[in-house]
Design a protein around this ligand. Structure first.
Ligand code: 5AD
Ligand code: SF4
Length: 443
């Protein structure tokens, strides 16, 4: 008998962007695996390729279309091959238009809010041969989360909110991921219990702004952390991302009270200038941000703090940029993601008149990175000679002889010695510090 599904044995997902996308890809993997389709080593070998896209990064459109174009040949050579595009890119109507006009051979296009329909779309495409498109701009639906195929056995990403209501003036996310929706505490804790039963010891709670999590039937983000802190088997709780405007004293107290809450926070500041923060629509000023940092350090003196910063936002003067440098020097971050402002069509800042020239933006980025790297190295050097608990994640990608893992405060550690302890928390003596990582030996 000729079974058309016979032609679909393998898939490959190519993921861009944030942890939200990474987790969406885990969910898509889970769906494909439950259809009996297995992961291929490379996209070239796969019968189905899914590109899970991001629209935050610089030159995102160009890069995306460049990569998609590379699959045209495979599509021409293999009549059964199925090309799918999902994620943030197709949430923008102009991108869907361009896919239809110039990449019309793409088989399935779906958005960030229709992921759960993917198996249905795939079946329809295979059975009818017709192209499938499924995009919703602002669904109130909360996707069901089960069966994700985790990247790691011992640690898991867990969505707690979807979407964003903040409309920072540079950011495309509220347009690509829709309005904010929270899951319930019961749902999230049930998922975490299931994960713990399956061997997970570390959970990363995900949302564009986790601090505004609100269970529709009562309970806030701090209540959620306290609940998860009580789940047997779970040993580490992390979360990202936090919006400074919504950090509550109740959340800060969790750092005192919840033993499993990791001593680490990612707290994007974006700029050190009050004027720019206002134009970014961030709803806090420099003083408020610094007072949150002070309260966090009071509750948890060894807390590691990381951040996101944008240079060259429209209207950013040399004075504004100096304010960012002085804030960075004052806070002494453990690490930071630094970005050159890039215009996102459809966002308010894209039409601000006073765009900063490219060469100025680049110069500022280099200078900012120097300041960040100095404080990161200084922070890391304090670890030399200490023994740290590291959750081993497997072989180091840099060095075949070494293992790699993270400390409680999210420092990346490459270490030698011993047997394979992947998935376990082991003691590592730190012997050397670099800007982005620590070296050590199994204690
Ligand atoms: N240009 C530069 N950086 C941006 N980010 C978001 N949008 C833009 C943009 N248009 C950065 C912010 C955010 C991080 C995920 O990406 O710093 O916190
Ligand atoms: Fe974008 Fe601001 Fe929402 Fe973060 S909080 S996703 S930067 S709009």
């Amino acid at each position: 008998m000729n079974n058309i599904y016979e032609n679909y044995k393998t898939y490959k997902i190519i993921t861009f962007g944030c942890q939200m996308n990474e987790h969406d890809s885990e969910n898509i993997s889970g769906m494909l695996e439950s259809m009996g389709i297995k992961e291929a080593e490379t996209p070239e070998e796969a019968n189905i390729v899914v590109m899970n896209t991001c629209s935050v990064r610089e030159h995102a459109d160009k890069r995306f279309f460049g990569m998609l174009g590379q699959f045209k040949k495979k599509k021409e050579e293999d009549p059964y091959f199925i090309m799918c595009v999902c994620g943030c890119m197709p949430q923008q109507p102009r991108i869907v238009k361009e896919i239809k006009e110039s990449f019309g051979w793409t088989d399935i296009v779906f958005g960030t809010q229709t992921i759960s329909r993917f198996p249905q779309l795939l079946r329809k495409r295979i059975e009818t041969g017709e192209k499938q498109l499924s995009i919703i701009e602002n669904s109130s639906e909360i996707p069901e989360e089960d069966n994700a195929k985790r990247l790691h056995k011992h640690k898991a990403l867990v969505n707690i909110t979807y979407g964003c209501n903040n409309f920072c003036t540079y950011c495309i996310v509220p347009y690509t991921r829709g309005r904010e929706k929270s899951r319930t505490i019961a749902e999230v804790t049930e998922e975490v219990r299931r994960l713990a039963d399956d061997g997970v010891i570390e959970v990363m709670l995900l949302g564009q702004n986790v601090n505004s999590f609100r269970d529709p039937s009562g309970g806030d983000f701090a209540d959620l952390i306290r609940e998860i802190n009580g789940i047997p088997g779970i040993r580490r709780i992390r979360f990202m991302t936090s919006h400074p405007k919504d950090i509550s004293p109740k959340l800060i107290d969790c750092y005192r009270d919840c033993g499993k809450l990791c001593h680490q926070i990612h707290l994007p500041v974006q700029s050190g200038s009050d004027r720019i923060l206002k134009r970014m629509n961030r709803h806090y000023d420099r003083e408020k941000y610094l007072s949150i940092v002070a309260s966090l350090r009071e509750a948890c003196p060894d807390i590691a703090i990381s951040t996101d910063i944008i240079v060259g936002f429209p209207g950013e003067t040399e004075e504004d940029f100096k304010d960012t440098l002085s804030l960075v020097d004052q806070v002494q971050y453990d690490s930071a993601f630094t970005f050159i402002y890039s215009r996102r069509e459809g966002t308010p800042a894209a039409v601000f008149k006073d765009q900063v020239p490219e060469d100025v933006k680049h110069r500022r980025l280099i200078e900012l990175n120097e300041h960040i790297n100095q404080s990161a190295l200084r922070k890391n050097q304090k670890y030399i000679g200490r023994t740290e608990e590291v959750l081993c994640e497997g072989r180091s990608s840099r060095n075949d002889m070494a293992w790699t893992g993270r400390t409680d405060d999210f420092k990346l550690v490459n270490f030698t010695g011993g047997r394979d302890t992947t998935g376990q928390i082991v003691k590592v003596k730190i012997t050397d510090a670099k800007t982005f990582s620590l070296d050590g030996t199994l204690a």
